[in-house]
Design a protein around this ligand. Structure first.
Ligand SMILES: NC(=O)C1=CN([C@@H]2O[C@H](COP(=O)(O)OP(=O)(O)OC[C@H]3O[C@@H](n4cnc5c(N)ncnc54)[C@H](OP(=O)(O)O)[C@@H]3O)[C@@H](O)[C@H]2O)C=CC1
Ligand SMILES: O=C(CO)COP(=O)(O)O
Ligand SMILES: [Zn+2]
Length: 360
């Protein structure tokens, strides 16, 4: 296979390409909300800003951001009140179209609304999380519940993240514990990804996978340092959430942080709406998927307990039969995402798993 001394096998044209979108400024720490004007100035995003926040988070931090920017920018506000998410997104898009850039100040739902509205109107987006409850803080993905199930959408990656640990530490501890559970669930998300790679040839990103695993391991090892209303805990968890979001951005999908445990959580979103937080449901699901992978499921359960996150469906008001239904329905959510829950789970085995692993 050689011509004129050149090995033809080795001259194959390299035609891979990838576009990763990562935040430009990430500011984390005590009282950094005061840095929002400096960040906007640094990024030179225009004169008109739309600030999206929620009913509670507007009081927690949205109004402060409005006040900080009022002197220098034309400020409009949008309340992403809980309700039909798709309708809220459409209304947010209309508001975003009239502004130069968008700031989302709130929890996961508010950040996702701001992210999608920015993407669909081609506006830059700044993420100001008020709680360390989910790893969408810094990612280029959004997760939206629809009547057909939860969809993972491409969204505007934040050009900046401003995470004030004083605000995050004063949020209800349940939100921080939920964020920890979302990260701990990366352990099983990765195992599902590797399984799909081995069985189905799904491409793996070693960098995204390693970053996601490392993030989960750091949190897992430091579970006993996570305390309610501690700014140091808020710091540790927020950094982990940013890092997990970056892993998703590197992969160009939520695969490094979302496997069967997330599909179980999304099935519960539909079967038991309003019960439990996103990360809480993912952590509960990860106990079962880790057991099925033959891994340290007790370790997952114990670290969730240490952090103060729930470990059984009953703790979030979900009965065992609904959990069984969610385990079985998980495979119908994003069916192209192959996970351990696609490997022959039956109603009987799902019932046995729920009984055995969620005993107390
Ligand atoms: N893009 C991604 O990759 C990801 C997206 N998600 C999405 O994020 C959402 C879940 O986020 P999550 O944060 O758990 O839930 P929510 O955004 O629903 O927030 C839960 C509640 O906490 C309140 N809250 C937030 N911060 C504070 C605070 N500092 N003090 C007091 N109350 C506060 C919110 O108030 P308010 O009423 O003001 O909103 C809301 O009532 C889901 O929609 C999920 O799909 C989750 C993981 C990853
Ligand atoms: O929640 C996520 C990662 O933690 C995003 O995952 P989904 O794509 O399953 O919504
Ligand atoms: Zn998640």
């Amino acid at each position: 296979m050689s011509a004129g001394g050149i090995n033809l096998l080795r001259t194959k044209v390299f035609d891979k390409s990838k576009w990763m979108q990562l935040p430009r400024d990430v500011v984390i720490g005590h009282d950094v909300i005061e840095q929002v004007p400096a960040v906007c100035e640094d990024l030179d995003l225009g004169d008109a800003v739309l600030i999206i926040s929620g009913e509670q988070t507007r009081d927690v931090a949205g109004k402060r951001v409005e006040a900080l920017l009022a002197g220098s920018y034309e400020v409009t506000t949008f309340s992403a009140a809980a309700g039909d998410p798709l309708e809220t997104i459409r209304k947010a898009e209309t508001a975003a179209a009239g502004a130069g850039f968008v700031i989302g100040v709130g929890g996961g739902r508010v950040i996702d609304t701001a992210k999608i509205a920015s993407y669909n109107t081609d506006r830059h987006f700044i993420s100001v999380p008020t709680a360390a409850s989910h790893d969408g803080i810094a990612s280029s993905r959004a997760s939206v519940p629809t009547p057909e199930g939860n969809v993972s959408l491409a969204a505007e990656p934040p050009i900046a993240v401003v995470a004030d640990t004083a605000i995050i530490a004063s949020a209800p501890h349940r939100l921080l514990a939920s964020g920890c559970a979302d990260i701990i669930a990366n352990h099983t998300a990765i195992l599902d990804w590797e399984l799909s790679h081995r069985l189905r040839g799904e491409p793996l990103s070693e960098y995204a996978l390693t970053l996601s695993r490392m993030t989960a391991e750091i949190l897992f090892k430091n579970a006993d340092l996570i305390k309610p209303h501690s700014e140091e805990s808020a710091w540790l968890v927020t950094k982990a959430l940013v890092s997990s979001g970056v892993a998703m951005s590197i992969a160009g999908s939520s695969r490094p942080a979302s496997g069967g445990e997330h599909k179980f959580s999304h099935a519960l979103d539909r079967l038991a709406p309003g019960k439990g937080l996103h990360g809480e449901k993912c952590g509960i699901g990860a106990i079962i998927t880790m057991y099925l992978h033959g891994g340290d499921w007790r370790g997952i359960r114990d670290s969730l307990r240490t952090i103060g996150a729930p470990t059984t469906p009953a703790e979030i008001g979900i009965d065992d039969e609904t959990a069984v239904e969610a385990l079985l329905a998980a495979r119908t959510i994003r069916p192209e995402r192959f996970t351990i829950l696609d490997m022959g789970l039956t109603p009987e085995s799902a019932r046995d798993l729920v009984k055995m692993l969620y005993r107390e």
